[in-house]
Design a protein around this ligand. Structure first.
Ligand code: 1DF
Ligand code: MN
Length: 351
């Protein structure tokens, strides 16, 4: 079935979790996939897309690699005015430290060149290597000052390690200092976690991504990092990886756990978990074009913190744009959702 092109709207549609992959990245991934031992999540994710003859895999690879004619055409056909791009998951985070530190700037330069070719259609996020937090902080500085990029993407854990560990906090310090939000995007689950998900075929975007990325966000909250970096903004996709729906129970059980002194890791923090969701997080509807969930989340965290995303090419679905255009929502709120919240958060110049 061919779906009609969404008509121009009273707002710019800015999609905020859109993926790309330069050929140079795929070449490195191919080498990693040929190694004797390969991370099972990575093998099942990019190993699948890079080798499967299925129509989905071939479409995704073709879309990831293109930053020009085909991408702009797909955007036009979907009524997407602008894409905020991020190096596809796992970005450089599956690489060894030296390769990751060397490749992140190349990826960021390629991204900046594509944005320069299509300045009204593309914006982007800074790829960094958490394997070397000091180098990541420097790359944030370089990309803000030299390339005009104003957000960072981190694909959840890095070799099984979480940003709740203070050893990574140079990254938080740089992000807070440069006012660059961090998009905490899913990664394949670490090997230590993936077993029961993989055997059931539930490790990926269907469920496992949300579990693992939600855990990551929660670990950041309970670590106290957001008391130390109170202005830091973290972006979660997929309707906040379900954390808004969890927030009542999180608040109750977190407080009960603190009082019982049951875990060293659960110590008093400044506020309730849901307070951090309201002050330190922005949430996109990537993969969740579902008006009831969007409105519930707007009600919890505020209409200025919920943004549109498509998750191209992984959820390249034009009918979802129609569904979201049709949401029963005040015009100003819908404009905030599609346009102005993204302009503010990613420092995109209004047209
Ligand atoms: C998938 C989904 C892959 C998302 C992604 O990056 C990704 C998928 C490799 O469906 O396999 O970013 N996603 O965000 O939902
Ligand atoms: Mn995504």
């Amino acid at each position: 079935m061919r779906i009609t092109r969404p008509a121009p709207a009273a707002y710019r549609r800015i999609a905020t979790e859109e993926a790309f992959a330069p050929k140079e990245l795929i070449d490195i991934y191919r080498k990693i996939l040929q190694q004797k031992t390969v991370d099972p999540g990575f093998a099942n994710l990019m190993g699948f897309y890079m080798s499967s003859p299925s129509e989905r895999a071939r479409h995704i690879m073709s879309c990831l690699l293109d930053l020009d004619e085909q991408r702009i055409r797909h955007m036009d056909e979907a009524g997407v005015d602008m894409q905020v791009l991020a190096l596809t998951s796992p970005g450089v985070q599956i690489m060894d430290r030296d390769t990751a530190v060397a490749f992140a700037p190349l990826a960021n330069d390629l991204l900046a060149e594509a944005i320069a070719r299509h300045p009204t259609r593309l914006a982007g996020m800074i790829a960094v290597a958490p394997q070397d937090p000091a180098a990541a902080a420097k790359e944030i500085e370089r990309c803000v000052s030299k390339l005009g990029l104003h957000a960072v993407v981190i694909n959840s854990h890095t070799h099984g390690e979480y940003l709740s560990d203070p050893k990574f906090w140079d990254i938080f310090e740089a992000a807070e200092a440069h006012d660059t939000p961090i998009y905490l995007h899913p990664n394949a689950m670490p090997a230590s976690m993936i077993g029961h998900f993989l055997e059931a075929g539930l490790d990926g975007a269907v469920y496992g991504f949300g579990v693992e990325t939600g855990l990551h966000a929660l670990r950041i909250i309970t670590s106290g990092a957001l008391d130390r970096f109170p202005k830091l903004q973290i972006i979660l996709g997929h309707m906040g990886e379900a954390l808004p729906f969890w927030s009542y129970r999180l608040d109750y059980m977190h407080a009960a756990t603190v009082r019982s002194k049951r875990y060293d890791a659960i110590k008093p923090i400044g506020r309730k978990p849901s307070d951090y969701l309201k002050d330190n997080f922005h949430i996109t509807c990537s993969g969740m074009a579902w008006p009831q969930a969007i409105k519930f989340t707007q009600d919890l965290v505020g209409t200025d913190r919920v943004l549109y995303a498509m998750d191209y090419p992984y959820q390249h679905a034009v009918e979802e744009v129609h569904a979201l255009d049709a949401m029963d929502m005040p015009a100003e709120v819908k404009r905030a959702f599609f346009q102005t919240n993204a302009e503010k958060l990613f420092k995109i110049a209004p047209l």
